[in-house]
Design a protein around this ligand. Structure first.
Ligand code: IPE
Ligand code: IPE
Ligand code: MG
Length: 242
């Protein structure tokens, strides 16, 4: 289980989570179809991965597609899934070169068998790498994740493998999608929206939140560095007196 209190005066986050928002508005501003915004957003994903590496951030979790995003048009969902497969093929070499482990969190069973196969292949091929971890949140919902953990625990109790009294925070955390990954220290959301949109509800408990008006397709390394600088100025108290 991850330590919920990694350190107090953490100058550098160990785990950064990003809600990559604003692709649609970027496209509209440029008079382009939404999918062009997502394509440009994929470029920013590459930038963010590189920025993390340069800054020595160990874990990067990217909110790529939420359980709620299935409500979008067939065309947009199809385009996003195609982009994802393309991104994966394109990034594979870089993951190997930098010894980065790829992982996924979310309802993977909702994805097409072809995309799932691609993801599983890269996840397996990079499993032993220790040069950092890239987590893609796909068909991800924070409440879905917590409900799945509760369901798994209920099964264990029913089967007599667990006592109800053993169900505590550590037990819940151990049943989440990526239980060995430390909680995010910093959560960044682009595009000016001030909400969490069902992202990592359990894990963000004590994360520092950073919001920027920059639209995701415009997000560059300098914006990432600005977020890290702001983070370094924060005082993490975890309930203790200031
Ligand atoms: C984020 O950009 C990408 C996904 C949610 C997949 P949006 O598509 O939500 O962009 P806006 O919020 O409409 O501008
Ligand atoms: C959150 O963005 C999901 C992702 C970035 C994948 P949304 O654009 O879907 O969030 P809402 O609908 O504005 O809350
Ligand atoms: Mg949005």
């Amino acid at each position: 289980m991850s330590d919920p209190r990694p350190r107090k005066s953490a100058a550098k986050p160990r785990h950064v989570a990003i809600i990559m928002d604003g692709n649609g508005r970027w496209a509209r501003q440029h008079g382009l179809p939404r999918l062009k915004g997502h394509e440009q957003g994929a470029e920013s994903v590459r930038t963010a991965i590189r920025a993390c590496r340069n800054a020595g951030v160990e874990f990067l979790t990217l909110y790529a597609f939420s359980v709620e995003n299935w409500k979008r048009s067939r065309e947009e969902v199809g385009g996003l899934m195609r982009l994802l497969r393309h991104f994966l093929r394109d990034q594979e070499r870089e993951l190997h070169e930098n010894q980065v482990r790829l992982r996924t969190i979310g309802r993977l069973e909702d994805l097409s068998p072809a995309l799932r196969a691609d993801l599983a292949r890269v996840e397996t091929a990079t499993r032993a790498y220790t040069g950092g971890q890239l987590l893609l949140a796909l068909s991800y919902g924070g409440r879905t994740e917590i409900a799945a953990a509760a369901r798994a625990i209920a099964h264990e109790v029913r089967d007599g493998r667990l006592e109800p009294g053993q169900v505590d925070e550590a037990c819940m955390a151990a049943h989440l999608y990526a239980p060995d990954v430390p909680d995010p220290d910093l959560m960044i959301r682009t595009s000016g929206e001030l909400r969490v949109s069902n992202f990592l509800l359990w894990q963000l408990s004590y994360a520092e939140l950073y919001f920027t008006d920059v639209l995701w397709p415009d997000f560059r390394e300098e914006h990432f560095r600005a977020a890290l600088e702001e983070y370094a100025r924060r005082q993490r108290r975890y309930g203790e007196a200031s």
